[in-house]
Every structure is written in structure tokens, then in C-alpha cells.
Write a protein that binds this ligand. Structure first.
Ligand code: PGA
Length: 255
């Protein structure tokens, strides 16, 4: 079973709409025609429309970094699935550790978003991962299990293969400290085992599980060669065309 690799760029709170279009054009020109990798660009909300226009007719996909689970209403500062769909967004990052840490998002709230995204034909890039304290106390797998089971509650067998999971150890995000390939593969295999228990092996084998946390052109080939690592969710290295393009090429070359 070959899973198509995914390289998703999480721009976080970076890039104006104009800067985002420049970056997008450079990426599309270099790797936009590569059918062997699913490429997703996730700009901030303010750049979604402009980047979406730059992606018109291209196979590179547009993703948002968050959304609110409700359809509409009095939620100042929030954005719904329907609003994202109207901008031709196809993917949405949910449960990123920065949302969990700085904005108090719980497994239950993230679960509502996952269900709302799927109900609106948006593909969630659902993030999980342990903190440094959790890793050091030996609770990595328990934390990841709680997050995976909590976030996927109510996701059906029909829906699970549209979910993309991103394992991002919090201590590796933006720190330059990448997980070793063994550390990453261990957790990825564990997540796939959890999916096997929840959905059965044939479906679990189809779900893409991305690694995130200081993934760079230098460390990507080894990570992407691991059996259960199906791509990357890229922060820092997604902000420049050169490094992002190299990561797409590394994914295309990975067996
Ligand atoms: P990083 O971020 O690549 O800068 O570590 C990854 C992420 O937070 O998605």
C-alpha cells in the first residue's frame, strides 16, 4: 500500500497577502506540476483569498490554519468552515500545539472542529504531540493516545481516510531540535496501531501521518524514508521558496 506523500506549509502568523502570492508563485513554478506529492499551502486568513487566486488551475492545495466549529454566530474574531470553503480552501490545520498552548484548545473542542471540517468537505490536518515535560516523564504515548482518541471521537470509517494526522512533538517545533528518526517512527507506528484498533487495518493503512517539528531539507530524506512517515507539516522552512521546494523534492524522491 503506497500512501501519497504530503508536504504542507504552515506559514503561521507570517506573510502579508502580497508576500504570500510571491512565495506561492515561486513554489508553483518549481514543483506545481509534480503529481507525486500532495502540496498544501496554509497562509494566514488574510492571505487566503490572494493565495487562492494564485493557485487557480493548479494542483497545489489551499489550507487554513484554524477554524471555528460553529456554522456562524457571535464568535468575534472567528471564521467558519463555510467561509473557508467559499475561498476554495480544501484543508484546515486543527489542534496545532500553539492553539492548544496559547489559546487553551482542548481535545473536546478540537474534536468539534474535526467533525465540523469533515461535515463541510474540508480535509483536517489534525495535530497531536507531547511537550518536553511529557516526553521526559515517559508519557509520550499516553498523551498521543488521548489526543488521537479525543480528537477523532465520532469520525466514521467513511471519513477517516480524508483525515491527515500530523505528529508534532512540541519540543521540536521551531526549536531546531528535530526528533530522531527512531523517536518519530515509534510514535507514527503507534498512531497507526491506534487507527488500526479504531478503524481496522485496511483503512489505517490509508491514513497519511505527517511529521512536524524543525523538518528541513537536511533532515527530511531520513525522516521521509520511515515506514509510517507520510510527509511533513513545515513551519520555518515553508517561509522560503527554496527550502520548501527542496522538501517537496525530498518527498517526491522518498520511497
Ligand atoms: P517548524 O514548525 O517547522 O518551524 O518547527 C512546524 C509546525 O509548527 O507546524
Amino acid at each position: 500500500m503506497i500512501r501519497k506523500k504530503v508536504i504542507a506549509g504552515n506559514w503561521k502568523m507570517n506573510k502579508t497577502a502580497a508576500d504570500g502570492v510571491t512565495l506561492t508563485n515561486d513554489i508553483v513554478e518549481a514543483v506545481g506540476r509534480d503529481p507525486s506529492v500532495d502540496i498544501v499551502l496554509c497562509p494566514p486568513y488574510t492571505a487566503l483569498e490572494s493565495v487562492g487566486r494564485a493557485l487557480e488551475g493548479q494542483s497545489v492545495k489551499l489550507g487554513a490554519q484554524n477554524m471555528h466549529p460553529e456554522k456562524n454566530g457571535a464568535y468575534t474574531g472567528e471564521v467558519s468552515a463555510e467561509m473557508l470553503r467559499a475561498l476554495f480552501v480544501t484543508h484546515v490545520i486543527l489542534g496545532h500545539s500553539e492553539r492548544r498552548l496559547y489559546f487553551g484548545e482542548t481535545d473536546a473542542f478540537i474534536n468539534k472542529k474535526v467533525l465540523a471540517s469533515l461535515a463541510n468537505q474540508l480535509k483536517p490536518i489534525f495535530c497531536v504531540g507531547e511537550s518536553l515535560a511529557e516526553r521526559e516523564s515517559g508519557s509520550t504515548l499516553a498523551v498521543v493516545q488521548r489526543q488521537v482518541e479525543g480528537g477523532l471521537l465520532g469520525v466514521t470509517k467513511e471519513q477517516i481516510t480524508t483525515v491527515i494526522i500530523a505528529y508534532e512533538p512540541v519540543w521540536a517545533i521551531g526549536t531546531g531540535k528535530v526528533a530522531t528518526t527512531e523517536q518519530a517512527q515509534e510514535v507514527h507506528a503507534y498512531i497507526r496501531d491506534l487507527l488500526t484498533k479504531l478503524y481496522g487495518a485496511p483503512l489505517a493503512q490509508k491514513v497519511r501521518i505527517l511529521y512536524g517539528g524543525s523538518m528541513k531539507p537536511a533532515n527530511a530524506p531520513e525522516l521521509l524514508a520511515q515506514k509510517d512517515i507520510d510527509g511533513g507539516l513545515i513551519g520555518g522552512a515553508a517561509l522560503e521558496a527554496k527550502s520548501f521546494i527542496e522538501l517537496v523534492r525530498a518527498a517526491a524522491a522518498a520511497k
